[in-house]
Structure formats: C-alpha cells, structure tokens
Design a protein around this ligand. Sequence first.
Ligand code: DC
Length: 214
Amino acid sequence: MTTLIIAIDGPAAAGKGTLARRLAAHFALPYLDTGLLYRAVGRRVLDDGADPSDPVAAEAAARTLRPEDLDRADLRGPPADAAASAVAAIPGVRAALLDFQRSFGRARGAVLDGRDIGTVVFPDAREKLYVTASPEARGLRRWKELLARGVEADLATVTAEVRARDAADAARAAAPMKPAEDANLLDTTDLDPDQAFAAALALLADRETVAAKA
Ligand code: DC
C-alpha cells in the first residue's frame, strides 16, 4: 500500500505551518513540522554554550536529539530562528535528521512542512506545495506573532531578519530551500488562512483529476 505524503516547502512565515496542520486534519494524516527539529538542535547547541555553525557541536546535538527536546517552550523567537538556520546548513545535521523524517512519513503517510521535503526528504511525494508570500507580508505576520506572544519587536527589524534567514536557507549548499520541479506554487500574500486552505485543496484536487484522466 502506498502512503500519502503531502510535502509543503517554502520560506519563513509564508503560512506553511497553519496550512499543513489543516491539511493533516482534513486528510486524517499525522503532521510533522520539520523546522522544529532544526530549532531543537540549534537550541541544544546554544545551551551547551557552543556556536550553532560549529559542525562538530551541531551534529552531536542532532545525533542525540530526544523527543522531549521538541516540546521546549523556547524554540521560537529570533535567537532560535538564527540558530536553527545555522545548524540547518550543516550536512551532518541534515543527514542525522533524515531517517527520522522518512520513518515518520512512511509509517502512516503524513503532511510534512519544511524547506527540502519535496526535493530531498520525499522527492517522490505525490503531492507537493511550495508556499510563498511577499517578504513584507511575511515580516508583518512574524511581527504579529511576536506581539501576540508578548515579545516587543520592530517591524523593519523582523522583516530584515526574515529576509536574511530566507537568503541563507536558499544559498546554502546542503539541501537549499527551493521549489521541487513538480511542486504546485501557492502565493499566500493576499490570502487569509481559510483562503489559503481552499486554494491548496483546489490545487491538490486538480492534480487528482489530472492523474485520474492520465
Ligand atoms: O520552518 P522554520 O522556520 O521553523 O525552520 C527553522 C529553520 O530550519 C529554517 O531557517 C531552515 C531550517 N529548516 C530546514 O533547513 N529544512 C527543513 N526541512 C525545515 C527547516
């Protein structure tokens, strides 16, 4: 039996997580936020007083990651964002996290969101979405998230951090952020979460129709 994998990639604050969670509920599939794995690795390296771009420290943290590391309350916010992006550029870290992501998806099918799900983790996924939005829209969303969590932040600074992280995630040599050639593109700049969900369902349904007719 083949399991259904829905791969969702795209830059920071494009609406991937909200969309992925809703698609998972809709299709009764498990959901994995793969960014959380990189965040947890980055956080452990910071806890040890090491530099997140140190390959030895970062790979050691990735190889000894425990499930409870993913439940920490301090995996969001600018320091965790930067540490996650730094460890994510290290090939040994990515290799250490690959098996976990694949096993998770293969068990019962899954919706996974990240940067390289459709290109590296599940290149054969039947469904791939690449979710984007303008840098301004994404900066505004991240800024609102921070405010909602009681974190004071400056909109221009937050937008600049989002842009810098995307640039680093797209420029790295190891599994750079990019759309898979067979991904459907979804731009959420002018869409609210309900509209993004409807647009994603329409894209997935279109593909089912095409496959059925082929
Ligand atoms: O999706 P996120 O913002 O929580 O991801 C945090 C960082 O982790 C992001 O800057 C890039 C990295 N990441 C990655 O390289 N590959 C993934 N599949 C998921 C996240």
